[in-house]
Structure formats: C-alpha cells, structure tokens
Design a protein around this ligand. Structure first.
Ligand code: IVH
Length: 676
C-alpha cells in the first residue's frame, strides 16, 4: 500500500510539472499521447488505492490530484474573470473501444433504448477561449484558466482576424471556441521570424496560446490567430434552449450569424458511423489547412446534457478521439550545428532518411544541447521519431536496448562552426551564440540592421542589395560598407551610374549620425534603440563605451544585468574590437550629438510607464517621441516614476501607479507637452 501511494505521489508531481509547463508557459515537455498515458495510469492507481483501502485514513485526497481538475493557464498580470459556468475540458480516448464504451455509458444513463445521435467535429489543436457578448458586442474574452476563473484577454483577442466584435444578435450570450494558427500561416510566420533574426516558434498550438498572453499588443497583432467557435453556452438541460434542440442546429445558427464555426460537422446516427468518420480523418488529417489532434464526438441533442451531467473535469456528453501519433525508428547518424542569422547555434539531428506521415525526413532540430543531454541521445543510436499534430518531426527518445558500444556521447562544440570564434551561452538561457559581428553566417542580417532606419539609416541598402553585395564579395563585414567604390557596384545588376552614386552618397551621409545610431547599428544583443540612447548619453564617445566594465554598465539607470553582460561579451571579442576600430578609421562620427535630442521640461529626464492601448500612436511611436525629448520609458511603476500614460483599457499598472501617487496623463496630454 505504501508503495502504491508513493507511486501516486510521484505521478501527481510529474503530471503537475507537465501541466504547469503546458498551461502556464506554453511548453510541451512530453507528447500529448505520453501525457494521457500517465494520466490514465494515475487514474487507475487512484481508483485501486481507494477501493483497496480498508482504513479511511489511508485514503488519499483525490481533490488535489491533477486527475480531478483541469490544468491552470492563469498568469500574473491579467484581470481575473469568473466563468458563468465551469469551463471544462474533454475526456480523451485513443481507440474504437473507448468510443464504444462512451456510447454504452451515455445509454446507461439515458436508458438503453434511447436513440442517441452524435455530432462529430475536428478537434483543432489550439487554445480554448470564452467569448461573452452583451448589447450586441464582444464584452470579454477569457482563457479557461483553472476552469472556474480565467484571464481577461479581451484586448489581445480583438486582434484575431475572424473574431466578430459586433453582432446582430440582440440577446446576451457566451460562446466557447478554439484559437489556433492555420498551418500555412504558421510556416509563413516562422519564415518572417527567421528573416528578421528572431527565434523560431516550436508549433502552432504553443504559439497561439503564448500570443494570447503577450503584453505587447503590437506583437500580438503580428500573430496570425484564427478562431473556431464550437459551443453556444446556454441552459443545456432545457428542451429548446435558445429555441433550438441540438448542438448541430446551434452551430448552423451561429454560422448564419457570421461566427466562424467548424468547417466540418457531421451528425452520425450511431457510434459506429462516428467511429468511421474518426478513422477517415485519422488517415486524411494532412489534407486540412489546420492541425487537428483528434475528433470530438458530442451527443447532438443538447436537452440530454443536464441528465448526463459532468465529472469534476469533463462533461459526460462529449468525448475526444485522439489520434495516436505516428512513430518510426531510425538511426541518428550525426549531430551538426546550425548558426542562425542572429548567431543562435542550434544542434540538428542528421538521420538515416525515413518516411513519416507521408514525408521523408532526413533532419530534425534538437533545439538545444540540454534536450540532447536530458534524452541521452548518442550518435549512432536508434531513435524514435514522432510526428503527432506537429508539422515538424521530433526525436522523442533513443532505444537504449539497441545501443552499440560504438555509440558516441554528445559533446557541445566550443567554437562557431562557421567562423571558428568562441561561442557563449548567456546565463539563464538555453542556447549558445556566436557573437562575432563579422561571422559569415550572420553577416547579411547584421549589415541590413546596421543600415536600417533606427540605426545608420542608409537608404537603398536593404536586404536585397546587401545580399547582392555579399554574394559578389564586395562587402564581407559592416565596415566594408565604407570602402565600396563606384566601380564595385555600377556594373551590378540593377545599378547604373546614377543609382550607384546615390547609394554612395547615402553611405557617406550616414557617417555623420550620432553615437546612439552607431551603437544600435552594431546589433549587440539586447541593446535596442532605447538602451542605445541611454548608453550614448552616458558614454558620449565610442572609445569610452568600448572600455566599459560590468559594474559601470550595471550602474547606469535603465541598463540591467542582461544588457550589461551582453555588452561586456561584445566588447571583449577581438573581431568586434577590430570592427569598431575600422569604423573609426573610416571617419564615422563616434560621438553623441547633444542637439539631436530636444529638450522639454515636462519630458526630458522624466520616466514614463505605458498602460492600455493607445489610440493615435503605436507604443513604438510614443516611445520614440519620449526618447527624442530625453525622457525614458520603464516597464513598471515605482515611486520614482514621473508619469503613467494611460490608453484604452489600462492594465493593473494603473492601479499600482495611482497607489504610488504617480501622475496620470493621456496620450493627448503628452502630445500637448511636445507642442509647448
Ligand atoms: S467541445 C465542454 N469541440 O479541445 C467542452 N472542443 O482537449 C466543450 N477543442 O477543451 C469542448 N476542437 O479547447 C470542442 N470541435 C471542438 C474542439 C474542441 C478543439 C478543444 C477544446 C477542449 C480541448 C480538449
């Protein structure tokens, strides 16, 4: 008995760990399939324990078990809203028999001779959302949270492209549905991220749920989120709820009122037909434009829901049929390293080519070295590759029993595979980086950034021209921009005498930019526009900046440890020192030009906190205005904050600022200051 309770405790702790990572941080530590297996094992152990136990004292408190409550996605920083009715999850099954048992359970409750029709839909792999409409408009969008209360994500949800904000329905109601990212949009979004030197997203589901919890509205707007509504929350036990009898009718009604409803919904006369549909879609899921991880089977007659009732976690009128992920075995032939355009170094598994879910797979990303070490993957191992809902195949484990003595233990590289410079892993991060600003793998991106608007603003030197110049060996690092001659470029495709001269004039002009532009242009990790201004104001000249030490940097108001550490790494790299020396040699201005920043007694040297959605400017634009007058923007209010600038639907920062006595201003008041 002791052993059993110990096992239960271990399983509960393990599942809780996976739940926290998945619901609160959008990270899948194991596959859904493995997760469901663990939950099932725990459920069985718990029921054995309770039924075997002769002494009540030995019984364990099932209330605290993850088998008894839905995982919580609640995050700090969001207003909490109570659901009108508990927002439950659905019970999962993986085979035909589970569905037959579901049908038997339903009939046991309703009476053996009840004719039960099932409505069946795709189970879209996204994140659940509740939408409350009142007075013909969307009032709240709330996450599932812990099932009882959820996070208010209304502002973010309003960016979902097919979400209806106003309706012609003149009664108040609540809808529940799934927010997701279509496959093609996800691939394009990741391409956009790769092109912009940002880390890639792991999969559409985690990206969708992460997006709804972002605090920067401008960033949420970039996410290609979509909505599918699968439930009209009414008084289910009433026959003729909202004047309708069944789920399929309610969905048609919502569709007629322009809500995005399931693309596929079929009413089946019995469970056998429903099983046929599940099997069909299991084979044909790859044809769909969105990822599905299974099918959802619902009793169609909603007036039966009251009688069927619910457990603490699931309603008894619905069941998910989850697809078993496809798995294949292959050999891990090698682990290579890829250097991204921002210097991120990711290990890539080179596999013995193998077919999975209709495609031949030769490579699989391993994300980072910790993943390899924790899974103890060795070169030469037989490995299990899995493609569940995900577009990208994953190595889930190695087959230890097949390990040969010749298998090679993994060792992380110490220098960049492209430029040979020593690589670094910033503290608290999982990924190693190459910080050499002249590393060929990163050079195009770095030059593009250097020439971009917020930096040296060299018009005509966008990514296409940079690629042309690099591929023709005209420039190989940032400083070589300043040694381009007319004859180098006038014969290149797309250039004539005139355009070559124009580009060279623009390059020449950029030499006069102030120090903050140059610092930003160097592309030091974490040193964005704001930090560059702070640093330029403080150091005044690049010479002093290049000699800074960690203590001095950390002491500068507005420069945190992360930025300071990143700068120290940058300025201690020989290649970067060479680069700055060359820029000095080419006569670039390396000093802070005071006059560039305007003075305004209300803004200069004042600190601002922004909250809510601004009406006339984006956050970036407002920040620029504040910076241009020598003010600064901080993320949380403190007693030293001068103003809190409030937009529409301000967050909890406003309350905090008011308590601290921080002066509240609006967007138009700030603009009024600038006109004074
Ligand atoms: S019905 C009362 N229908 O899958 C529960 N859920 O793993 C009503 N999901 O919590 C849920 N597609 O977030 C329903 N067609 C669909 C769905 C669907 C995806 C999600 C939903 C649910 C989760 C369970």
């Amino acid at each position: 008995m002791k052993e059993l309770s110990k096992k239960i405790e271990t399983l509960r702790a393990l599942i809780k760990k996976y739940d926290d990572a998945y619901y609160a941080n959008n990270i899948s530590l194991i596959t859904d399939y493995e997760y469901d297996k663990l939950v099932k094992e725990l459920e069985e152990l718990e029921s054995t324990y309770t039924s075997n136990s002769l002494f009540p004292a030995e019984r364990i408190d099932n209330e605290i078990s993850p088998t008894q409550k839905v995982g919580s996605d609640l995050n700090k920083g969001f207003r909490k809203i109570k659901h009108s009715k508990k927002m439950l999850s659905i019970s999962n099954s993986y085979n035909k028999n589970d569905l037959i048992e579901f049908d038997e359970r339903v009939k046991k409750i309703l009476g053996q001779n009840t004719d039960v029709k099932y409505s069946i839909e795709h189970k879209i792999d996204g994140v659940a959302i509740s939408l409350t409409y009142a007075d013909r408009e969307l009032k709240y969008a709330v996450t599932r949270g812990d099932g009882v209360i959820g996070d208010d994500i209304t502002v973010n949800a309003k960016t979902i492209s097919n979400l209806i904000k106003r309706t012609d329905l003149d009664f108040d109601f609540e809808l529940r549905g799934e927010v997701y990212i279509p496959k093609q949009d996800f691939l394009e979004f990741n391409k956009y991220r790769a092109d912009n030197g940002l880390d890639l997203m792991a999969n559409p589901r985690n990206t969708a749920s992460g997006s709804l919890k972002l605090l920067e509205l401008e960033e949420v707007k970039k996410r290609p989120l979509k909505l599918m509504v699968y439930y009209l929350n009414g008084n289910d036990s009433i026959d003729g709820d909202y004047g309708m009898k069944c789920h399929s009718e309610k969905i048609s009604f919502l569709r007629a009122h322009n809500f995005p409803t399931p693309e596929y919904l079929k009413v089946c006369n019995n469970i056998d037909q429903a099983i046929e549909e599940c099997e069909y879609w299991e084979k044909n899921r790859n044809d769909l434009g969105y990822e599905i991880d299974g099918m959802v089977i619902k009793v169609d007659d909603t007036s039966l829901y009251g009688k069927l009732g619910e457990t603490s976690k699931y309603p008894r009128w619905v069941m998910a049929y989850k697809f078993v992920p496809e798995k294949v075995e292959t050999i891990l032939n090698n682990i290579e390293f890829q250097v991204g355009r921002t210097g991120a170094i990711t290990p890539v598994a080179i596999l013995e080519p193998v077919e999975i879910a209709g495609t031949i797979v030769k490579r699989a990303t391993l994300h980072n070295q910790d993943e390899i070490i924790s899974r103890d993957l060795r070169i030469g191992d037989a490995v299990i590759l899995e493609k569940a809902g995900e577009i990208i195949p994953k190595i889930i484990s190695s087959v230890k029993s097949k390990r040969s003595t010749g298998s090679k233990e993994f060792k992380m590289i110490e220098s960049c595979p492209v430029c040979n410079e020593k690589i670094f892993k910033p503290e608290g991060e999982a990924i190693y980086r190459c910080i050499n600003s002249s590393c060929p793998a990163q050079i195009e991106k770095r030059i593009e950034h250097f020439a971009s608007k917020g930096a040296m603003d060299i018009s005509g030197l966008g990514i296409k021209i940079v690629q042309l110049l690099v591929s023709n060996n005209i420039i190989n690092n940032i400083s070589e921009i300043y040694s381009i001659s007319k004859s180098d470029i006038s014969s290149l495709e797309g250039f004539g005498d005139k355009s070559a001269k124009k580009l060279l004039d623009n390059i020449e002009e950029s030499k006069e930019k102030s120090l903050e532009n140059l610092l930003f242009g160097l592309g030091i990790r974490y040193v964005g526009k704001e930090a560059s201004i702070i640093l330029a104001k403080y150091f005044k000249d690049i010479d002093k900046f290049m000699k800074a030490n960690i203590l001095e940097l950390e002491n500068i108001d507005g420069i945190g440890t992360k930025i300071a550490e990143s700068i120290v790494l940058y300025i201690s790299n020989g290649k970067n020192i060479d680069l700055v020396e060359k820029l000095i040699y080419f006569n670039l201005n390396t000093k802070f030009i005071e006059g560039e920043l305007k003075f305004n007694e209300n803004i200069s040297n004042k600190s601002f906190v922004l909250t809510g959605t601004l009406e006339n400017y984006s956050r970036e634009e407002i920040k620029k205005i504040i910076f241009s007058y020598g003010g600064k923007v901080v993320s949380t209010p403190s007693k030293n904050t001068s103003y809190i600038l409030v937009g529409v639907e301000p967050g909890s920062k406003l309350r905090k600022a008011e308590k601290l006595g921080v002066q509240v201003i609006t967007e138009s008041e700030l603009i009024f200051f600038t006109n004074k």
